[in-house]
Design a protein around this ligand. Structure first.
Ligand SMILES: *Cc1c(COP(=O)(O)O)cnc(C)c1O
Ligand code: SF4
Length: 334
């Protein structure tokens, strides 16, 4: 059951908020009293991966601070230009792992469905910023190949909805997909990888939680927040609604220079997540994607941060520090 007050607390539909996102870098700077910093912007239109950030997320940024940790995640900056050796366009072997149109099957027992290429926010460090979504998305009404793969391999007990952000899809479209998955007897768990409850918590509306709560699978929702300032009261409320719908909540973060590369930020992130009933799962070393080199932290420093977390937090609030290596059978701990 969804408590009536949660339904009434959502007068604006999420689709409207999605459309109202900030897409003009100069507008974003102006909203933050940072118009004087326009010279640091990525010159020209980055047509492949332009700025996109919901206004509710902008409201959590500090005004007048060009180093705000939320701003740095979304602002297209001149630092992205230039080739850096070792940084490429398919860093994690996604193209090789394609098992069927829209399915990445790298690891035993679980397969990842690229439900859509769309996201409510564009994160500059994202390893999928160069992924050929147009060809690879198991687009709505074109699930046949993906479903055929999931049906034919009885070792797959868990389906991961990913993307892009699967919550970009209308709940009715998600329901079409899960109705089909429910006809495959060996699928026991549904996992959803999403940043939407963080950047646009209004997405977790009554229709969505009703769908989630009624699914015939164990449900896991893996959120993606990198900094404690991302998690305000509206995010905590969305987490509560997800838990009420029977989902286990985890978080994955990416270690990012200038954003969360301090023990204070990472400790506060873990504790803030737990305020929402969310356990930290992975802390990813950056995938070496072209345009993101300025976010990289070296392994020695990453391990020092992990040690600091272990000294300061209960074990269950320490994320697993991992890196994805092409061809490895799991995400490798550092
Ligand atoms: C990261 C990933 C998973 C999930 O791995 P877990 O260790 O189970 O969280 C599954 N499939 C693919 C293709 C992935 O990249
Ligand atoms: S897939 Fe996730 S990390 Fe990448 S741009 Fe979308 S929301 Fe950001």
């Amino acid at each position: 059951m969804i408590p009536a007050n949660r339904v009434l607390a959502q007068p604006v539909r999420w689709q409207q908020l999605w459309r109202d996102a900030v897409t003009d870098p100069l507008e974003l700077l102006s909203l933050l009293d940072l118009s004087g910093h326009a010279a640091d912007l990525l010159p020209g239109a980055d047509s492949g991966f332009p700025l996109r950030v919901p206004r509710g997320f902008v409201a959590r940024m500090r005004r007048g601070d060009p180093a705000d940790p939320l701003l740095l995640q979304v602002l297209p900056q001149a630092a992205e230009l230039g080739e850096v050796p070792g940084f490429s366009h398919d860093t994690v072997g996604d193209i090789a792992a394609r098992a069927a149109k829209g399915v990445l099957h790298k690891y035993h027992g679980r397969a990842l469905l690229i439900a859509t290429g769309s996201c409510a926010v564009h994160c500059r460090y994202c390893f999928r910023r160069h992924f050929p979504y147009a060809e690879e998305t198991a687009a709505v009404n074109r699930w046949e190949q993906a479903l055929a793969h999931l049906r034919s391999d009885t070792s797959i007990g868990e389906v991961i909805l990913s993307g892009g952000d699967p919550l970009s899809l209308a709940t009715s479209k998600l329901a079409e997909l899960t109705d089909a998955l429910a006809t495959i007897p060996h699928i026991l768990r549904l996992r959803i990888h999403t940043r939407l409850p963080i950047v646009l918590p209004e997405r977790v509306d009554a229709e969505f939680t009703a769908w989630l709560g009624a699914l015939p699978f164990q449900r896991v929702v893996v959120l993606h927040a990198n900094h404690p300032n991302e998690i305000d009261g509206s995010v905590i409320a969305a987490c509560a609604a997800l838990r009420d719908a029977g989902a286990t909540l985890l978080n994955q973060a990416v270690l990012l220079r200038g954003v969360n590369d301090s023990a204070d930020a990472l400790c506060a992130l873990s504790e803030r997540l737990f305020d929402g009933g969310v356990l930290p799962y992975y802390l990813h070393q950056l995938d070496r994607v072209a345009g993101a080199a300025h976010f990289e932290i070296d392994d020695e420093r990453a391990l020092a941060l992990l040690r600091a977390l272990r000294e300061r937090l209960p074990g269950y609030l320490v994320p697993r520090l991992v890196r994805e290596i092409v061809g490895a059978p799991y995400k490798l701990p550092l």
